[in-house]
Structures are given as structure tokens and as C-alpha cells.
Design a protein around this ligand. Structure first.
Ligand code: SER
Length: 314
């Protein structure tokens, strides 16, 4: 990867992936593009406005900078996707098909994240295997499975270097996620630091896979730098680092902030989505094929999240 393009750079993952990539590959070699202007992203390196559905302008930016690797992060998340399914399909699949075609035409490697949301139907919820039934019942999941299939198709049919991971819920402290089912696990830390009572939208015993942003960033780059001859899978790898319920993360925060309070007001849409997803992924293939190994667990992440959010002086 020498000239990198990050599409959807202003989002939860993009805003930190750009900084991480620039620290490795050089500020000038990582072009950030987003629908909305961003002073932060433009301050340290190239930034362009782009609607990822505008294929002509997308290709023009790839040509202008001589891009060889694309990270396509433009997407609506799961709960928002249920509120606006046709818009979710339009954006998530539109950005994907433009990215695939441009990667094919200009010989770029392409990373498009998949998700725990790609699972659904009658599959094993515990230690969910790499290769299993994937019949999601959300538009977000339908888009993710389509993305996995299309990315594999472009690899086998056209030789495009497509690679991807199935991200758990990503927990971070720079840019808030928006409209996801796992958002509660970010919001709970903000409430704890602000001394507010947290209203949890999913019920107390629902397990979901989660991951701290530094592990997610490292996974992304390690997969894109992995030796292709070792990859039996491509789109997409299960990766995991921790799995918890609302009660478990609440208890972890209460160890540090004993007065913190949480109540439940179940959001039926988020609850149904959470119950249709894995409890815990089996990430053996990622470990074997490209050496994936998480570095953060719930305890170390909780210390770091509370420290980082306190430092914002909200
Ligand atoms: N974090 C996403 C969501 O909740 C899942 O990938 O929609």
C-alpha cells in the first residue's frame, strides 16, 4: 500500500483509520474523502469531498492521486438501515459496487468491512464458525452478505485484491457511531463519565461481540498487508476479542464508578437485531491465515475509555 484512499473518512472507523494509516504510510499518502467537510482530516493530509455514489468523481480522485489501495467505509448501520431500508441498500451497495468497479479498472486493492450483522437465521450463536449459514433479516445484513459475495466474485472473476473482516461492534472514543445496534456499548461510557443514568436499549443477557478501536485498526492493516498466498478466505474473516452483555459491561464500569446507574428501556428493533446476531465468533481462520490476535480485553478497554472520555472535559 503506497497511495491509500479512505472513503467515508468522517465516520466512526474512518476518522481513526485515516490517522492510523497516515502514521504508518505518511500523511501525504493517505487521501481522506467524505460527503461532509472535515477540518480535522484536512489538517494533516489530502482531503476531498466525495459522494461515494458518484462514480465519475470517485474515479477522478483515484486517478488524481494514483491510488493503489481503497478502504470503502461508506455505509448506514443496522438500526438506521431498518428505519430506511431502501436508502441503506442504495448507499451501502452503491458505494460497494462503485468501489469494486474502480478497484478493477485502476488495479487497486480493496477493503470493505463486513460485520457480525452478516449472520442470521439458524446458525450456531456460540463460537459461530467462519463458514456457516448466513441468512440475515436486516437490510444492513443483506448488504453485508452481498458485499462478501460480490467482493469474492471480483477476486475470482477479475483478480481484484479484495479483503475484509467481519467487525464486531466497534468501541471508540473519537467519533460516535450512529444508528447501530452495538452503539450502547460506546454510549454507556459517555454516560458513566458524565455522571448520568444510562438507559440501555437491549436486554441484560444479550451477548454480542465487541472490539476496541485500536484492535480493529490493527486488524484492518494486518489483513491488507498479509501474504496473499496464505489466505484461504478473503471476504470476510471472523475476528473477535471480547463478547459481553449489558450487565457485564455495566459491572465492569461499576468496579471503577460504583455510583453509576443503568436502567433498561428495550428498543424492540435493536433487541430483535441483537438476538439474531452471534453471541461470540470463532476467529480461528483469521488467527491461522494471517496471524490475527487481539490485544485489548474488557478490563483494559474500560480503563482506557474512561481515561480518554474524561480527558474531553465534557
Ligand atoms: N456496529 C454495527 C451495528 O450495530 C454492527 O456492525 O450496526
Amino acid at each position: 500500500m503506497k497511495k491509500i484512499l479512505v472513503v467515508g473518512a468522517g465516520g466512526q472507523i474512518g476518522s481513526e483509520l485515516v490517522v492510523y494509516l497516515r502514521s504508518i504510510y505518511g500523511n501525504g499518502n493517505v487521501v481522506a474523502v467524505d460527503l461532509h467537510p472535515s477540518e480535522a482530516l484536512a489538517a494533516d493530509g489530502p482531503f476531498e469531498l466525495l459522494d461515494a455514489l458518484d462514480a465519475e468523481r470517485y474515479a477522478e480522485i483515484v486517478r488524481k492521486y494514483g491510488v493503489d489501495s481503497i478502504f470503502n467505509l461508506a455505509a448506514l448501520l443496522s438500526a438506521k438501515g431498518e428505519a430506511k431500508p431502501t436508502l441503506a441498500w442504495k448507499i451501502n451497495i452503491g458505494a460497494l459496487t462503485n468501489s469494486l468497479e474502480i478497484a478493477r479498472q485502476y488495479g487497486c486493492a480493496l477493503f470493505t468491512p463486513s460485520s457480525i450483522g452478516a449472520f442470521g437465521g439458524d446458525f450456531p450463536r456460540d463460537n459461530t464458525p467462519q463458514d456457516t449459514i448466513m441468512q440475515p433479516n436486516t437490510m444492513y445484513g443483506v448488504c453485508k452478505v452481498t458485499g462478501e459475495l460480490l467482493s469474492n466474485y471480483y477476486h475470482t472473476r477479475f483478480g481484484v485484491d479484495t479483503r475484509s473482516v467481519r467487525f464486531p461492534g466497534i468501541i471508540s472514543n473519537v467519533t460516535l457511531p450512529g444508528g447501530g445496534t452495538t452503539d450502547y456499548a460506546v454510549e454507556i461510557y459517555y454516560a458513566a463519565v458524565k455522571g448520568e443514568r444510562f438507559v440501555c436499549p437491549v436486554s441484560e443477557n444479550v451477548y454480542m461481540d465487541m472490539m476496541y478501536m485500536p484492535d480493529a485498526l490493527r486488524a484492518t492493516v494486518e489483513l491488507m498487508e498479509a501474504d496473499p498466498s496464505k489466505l484461504k478466505h478473503r471476504n470476510s474473516f471472523n475476528i473477535a476479542s471480547m463478547s459481553f452483555t449489558p450487565e457485564i459491561i455495566y459491572a465492569e464500569i461499576r468496579k471503577r464508578l460504583p455510583d453509576f446507574e443503568m436502567v433498561y428501556e428495550i428498543d424492540p428493533v435493536k433487541e430483535a437485531i441483537a438476538e439474531s446476531w452471534p453471541n461470540k465468533l470463532d476467529d480461528t481462520c483469521a488467527r491461522e491465515e494471517w496471524g490475527w490476535k487481539p490485544q485489548w480485553d474488557l478490563s483494559s478497554m474500560t480503563d482506557d475509555m474512561l481515561r480518554a472520555i474524561r480527558a474531553k472535559n465534557l
